[in-house]
Ligand binder design. Structure first.
Ligand code: FAD
Length: 485
């Protein structure tokens, strides 16, 4: 059956939105009724299992997308199991003539998608894929030699030279849906158990975030008005709400980079945003780092586990479970590091500058393998992203493409004093230090007993002494990293 009454399947993945969704748009244009699905695949073991914070977000994301489709008279059918066999069963049972999806860029996902495409093609079923989540896909940008880029600036220049990204597609107003065939059993969202129970650690996440398309547009609107003006100067300040906080919305595809790009440009042109062209360029170049990370992941699929520069394989890492735990819990004795790790613990997100400082502390001060940090962030971040997380961790370690030089070792005290000068960020996440004066808040061990007593701090009891001394750690890291030269 391949007539106008046979259904087409729209397979949602990391594109959980109705607007600017090319797969959904193309499926609708067939004029055939749609079966909208999401597959929770915990059987294809090559796929990296989602972390705890990702699962929490996914629950909200699927719920809101389901509600949006229901408003139009449809549903999001959630299936659970091995992707390929589920799709093949659904196509046969539903007499579907085609399946549409938006592309992903991790190797395990791509392997599954390619296998599905070729099996369906043999059976005369159309499987069409689209670009929903990048300004330009990784293989469309290459050096003159055709080799992939390894350095951000020429990559970004090449991307900009391609011209403006396509204008986003509007959300469809009307749909025609088809029921899920009776023989296919959907699962209820609650039965995926994505939300934590006993203990329910997600209270802080719930307070901080509203997963879904509406939440994404609210965050964007707020940012364009109050964050984009002065973004270039203030984006490094964790004490100010200066950045967009769009990363998880982009990761789950509640909003597309094309939408963000064009909305930012329009806000500036119309005067809704009082940003300068420097602010806009800086913001676009951060979206550019996201594109670059996907470019790297596509060409080097094992970035989360393997040094991009293999000379870093020579490094001997320390195994120190106690130090590692102190880092995870925000108990290193360095306030800016601890504030960051507690922001992550409580809200599932951390400011970019502080991500760099905390990652550097684990890798350089504690000499603990960057992969351990990558895994912790993967579990804890609501924006945990295969490309951005791996590339950023390798950037800090110095082992990545276009990475920070290995001898750059952040001094956590100076970083704190420079980027959180009044200590407002530290006070927010480390209440036990809140009464220390700004001059001491990033180095409480320099305070006199009287100063500590006045602030109600008992070092070693209410807040730890530094777990490692900075100068010692710096020299130890330099000696260890010498082996990578
Ligand atoms: P904004 O400053 O408003 O930037 C806009 C968007 O650009 C972001 O939403 C994000 O999509 C993208 N972006 C910004 N900076 C970067 C960057 N350095 N690399 C890639 N994309 C960027 N980002 C993730 O999305 N997921 C991760 O798992 C992740 N892990 C990181 C781990 C470490 C150790 C470090 C140093 C950075 C990591 N980042 C990650 C990058 C960056 O910290 C976040 O994207 C950013 O803090 C998100 O906040 P925002 O949306 O307010 O950013």
């Amino acid at each position: 059956m391949n007539d106008r009454s046979s259904p087409v399947i729209v397979w949602f993945r990391e594109d959980l939105r109705l607007a600017d969704n090319p797969a959904l748009h193309a499926a609708r244009q067939t004029g055939q009724p749609l079966i909208c699905i999401y597959i929770f695949d915990d059987e294809s073991h090559a796929l990296r299992a989602p972390g705890g914070a990702t699962k929490w977000w996914l629950h909200g994301a699927l719920k809101t997308l389901g509600e949006s489709l229901r408003k139009h008279g449809g549903a999001l059918h959630i299936l659970r199991g091995a992707t390929q066999s589920l799709i093949e069963e659904l196509i046969v049972a539903g007499h579907a003539s085609a399946i549409f999806w938006n592309r992903r860029y991790d190797e395990a996902g791509r392997t599954i998608d390619t296998a599905i495409k070729s099996t369906l093609k043999e059976r005369g079923i159309a499987a069409e894929s689209f670009n929903a989540n990048l300004l330009h896909e990784p293989w469309t940008i290459a050096r003159k030699t055709n080799a992939p880029f390894k350095v951000f600036t020429p990559f970004w220049r090449a991307l900009r030279a391609k011209g403006e990204p396509d204008a986003p597609l509007a959300a469809p107003r009307t749909f025609s849906f088809h029921d899920l065939p009776k023989s296919i059993e959907p699962v209820a969202l609650a039965d995926l158990h994505l939300e934590p129970h006993k203990p329910d650690w997600a209270g802080g996440l719930r307070e901080a975030w509203t997963p879904g398309e509406a939440g994404a547009h609210a965050a964007l609107k707020h940012f364009l008005k109050s964050g984009l003006p002065n973004y270039a100067e203030a984006r490094d300040r964790p004490d100010k709400p200066a950045t967009s906080r769009l990363s998880s919305f982009l990761h789950f595809g509640h909003i597309s980079p094309r939408q963000v790009w064009h909305a930012a440009q329009a806000a500036m042109m119309s005067g809704t945003s009082k940003a300068s062209s420097t602010d806009l360029d800086k913001f676009f170049s951060e979206l550019g780092w996201r594109e670059f990370s996907y470019h790297l992941l596509f060409h080097h699929p094992d970035l989360a586990t393997t040094n991009f520069q293999n000379r870093f394989d020579a490094l001997t890492w320390r195994h120190d479970a106690k130090a590692s735990r102190a880092w995870q819990r925000g108990l290193t004795g360095y306030p800016i590091v601890d504030a960051g790790m507690r922001e992550l613990w409580t809200t599932g997100w951390m400011h970019n500058r502080v991500r760099m400082v905390t990652a550097s502390f684990l890798i350089k001060h504690l000499l603990i393998d960057w992969r351990e940090g990558e895994r912790w962030f993967w579990d804890m971040l609501v924006d945990a992203d295969a490309a951005n997380n791996a590339v950023s961790w390798q950037w800090v370690a110095g082992s990545g493409a276009d990475a920070a030089p290995y001898f750059r070792i952040f001094n956590p005290v100076l970083q704190g004093e420079r980027f959180d000068p009044d200590g407002a960020y530290v006070r927010r996440f480390i209440p036990e230090l809140a009464r220390l004066p700004a001059a001491l808040i990033h180095k409480p061990w320099k305070a006199t007993q009287d100063q500590l007593a006045a602030a109600g701090v008992r070092l070693g009891q209410t807040y730890p002494q530094p777990i490692v001394e900075h100068d010692f750690a710096r020299k130890r890291a330099l000696a260890a990293f010498e082996t990578t030269r």
